[in-house]
Design a protein around this ligand. Structure first.
Ligand code: AMP
Length: 230
């Protein structure tokens, strides 16, 4: 258990509009979730919670969770639902999340979506943005991606950092993620189709889903998302 500054779940509110927002950014690997999340998080003034970033941080620090998940991540497999859900639910009720959260990479399975619905049904209003991107664009983005431990990413072909191999924001050393190879990407995409696409359908039925064309330029995608949010 981590939490020292956990707040208790807010009292049930009678008006949905007064509840903090739980914004979920969904899309296949390489869709641009990590690119757009920092902008949305700054615009909405709510923390960006990326489950992938949290797991990578755990593996770097070699925590118990990090040791359990490293091989799964390296092979493009999903981390078991109970590990992810517990980590997310601890995080979203922390003090800095009282005005809302931006979830990136969660939920990724129907069981995670149901657990989230149950957990926040009385405490948050839910909105889901789905980024749709063609598989050829995804592979181009993933195979050229350079990542930084601060969460920012670049591309060897069309989005180079100002200094070679150095993050513009935090000056960290850029690296290629172990799961950003063509082979592991194929596995991640298969899992996305099997496990995560049903989650999109789940939110579509709830009428909480907005879809955006993620093939467009970074600026256009962000502007489409902001339009939807307004
Ligand atoms: P991402 O940075 O979102 O691409 O996530 C990297 C990896 O972390 C995934 O391929 C999974 O192994 C693991 N992961 C992240 N989020 C989840 C999740 N919600 N459920 C299961 N595994 C996850």
């Amino acid at each position: 258990m981590i939490i020292s500054d956990e707040r208790s779940a807010p009292e049930k509110s009678t008006s949905l509009n007064t509840l903090p927002l739980a914004l979920i950014l969904m899309g296949p690997p390489g869709a641009g979730k990590g690119t757009h999340s920092p902008h949305l998080s700054a615009y909405l003034q709510i923390p960006h919670i990326s489950t992938g970033d949290l797991f990578r941080d755990h593996t770097r620090r070699q925590t118990d969770i990090g040791k359990q998940v490293k091989s799964l991540i390296d092979h493009g497999k999903l981390v078991p639902d109970h590990i992810v859900s517990e980590m997310v639910f601890q995080r979203i009720f922390m003090q800095d999340c009282q005005n809302g959260v931006l979830l990136d990479g969660f939920p990724r399975t129907s069981a995670q979506a149901q657990a989230l619905d149950h957990k926040i049904q009385e405490t948050h209003r839910l909105l889901v943005i789905q980024l749709n991107v063609s598989s050829s664009t995804l592979i181009e983005r993933i195979s050229g991606r350079l990542s930084c431990k601060c969460g920012k990413s670049y591309n060897k072909t069309y989005d180079l950092p100002q200094k070679e191999n150095e993050c513009n924001s935090c000056h960290g050393v850029l690296y290629q993620r172990s799961d950003d190879t063509k082979e592991v990407f194929q596995k991640r995409l298969e899992i996305y189709v099997q496990e995560t696409e049903p989650v999109i359908e789940h939110y579509r039925k709830q009428k909480n889903l907005f879809e955006v064309d993620g093939n467009l330029s970074k600026e256009e995608v962000l502007s489409q998302i902001l339009k939807r949010l307004k």
